[in-house]
Design a protein around this ligand. Sequence first.
Ligand code: PLP
Length: 385
Amino acid sequence: MIPGVRVHLDHNATTPLRPEALEVLRELSARLRGNPSSVHASGREARARLDEARARTAAALGCVEDEVVFTSGGTESIQLALAGVVRAAGAQRGLVTSVVEHSAVLAAADRLERERRPVTRVRVDPTGRVEPGEIVDAAREDCALVSLQAANNELGTLQPVAALGAALRARGAGRPLLHTDAVQALGRVALGPLLELADLASFSAHKVGGPTGIGVLVRRRGVHLEPLLGTGSQEGGLRPGTEPVAAIAAAALAIELAVRERAAYADRVARLCRLLWQQLHANIPDVALNGPDLDAPRLPNTLNVSVAGVESRTFLARLDLEGLEASAGSACASGSLEPSHVLLALGHDAERARGALRLSLGRTSGEEDVHKAVDILRRTISAAR
Ligand code: PLP
């Protein structure tokens, strides 16, 4: 809880910087003087800290060091994976993805389509889940890459990435590669089974208490990518520009801690999430849960609800005045008046989609936040009706 006043239930948008990460950021920002590409002592010190951050990140994510590419965030990791693989595969090759992906994936898909490449967006069931067989069928010879999110940022739905990876591998040589947008899964669900069968995976440090502006793309050995920005020697030739070493080191620590603390954190926050839904259900008439059931496999921290007769985008401003911070769908789309593409993809009508409210708990949330949030929602909704 933000001391004294506000209840912040918008951790899927971003998370507060962890004190441990802030400490590293502070210390290295003050101390490091060199460019990691310089050969003098200051440069070598920066290089050593960068190498250490890469080793930590690789160990946390279960890959080897040269498979870690540091980027500016989840969005860039995704763009590099999607455009990078598809363009490197040659003309006429394309992408298969789902209709409920984050806008970073959908924007990359649109761009590839404008390059006259085949792009298929597979539908989902009423909980937001894809059927792996549908993706496998859609991924024909002209498909260079399949991209499927590990967890949906609006609903908390988990996608069958491991099953899809196994099905694609069963096709043998010439199979499409698999990328997973694991930005919301990091620190919330076990990554092992997901990453084992994916060729590429995208992550973002600011979703797990790291600084904004640092992402990771895990690219398995042997996967060819065309860089987005010309050539350069940094990040294995995939991302030109001097590396922000202090921020990368802080990000690596946050990722390591998120993975290490995941099981205990997920249990704690899942209990809070369940309490939040029970309290909403008991106190607010006509509240409906969007996405998977509380007992289904899901992100432990995310609840998406619609309240009949309430339009969430105007309602969010009232909640904010009362001290509750939430969002309508994804933070990136929150300025838009369009109903969430994810809610519409579930088959809900525009009214239910416009009434969707995303409440996402985090490391700093406690039971007091849940009770306070329900009280604010109850009062604000009855005043709005
Ligand atoms: N993918 C998902 C599922 C997300 O939730 C987000 C951020 O909201 C992103 C990608 C983009 O990450 P970033 O904000 O680091 O660019």
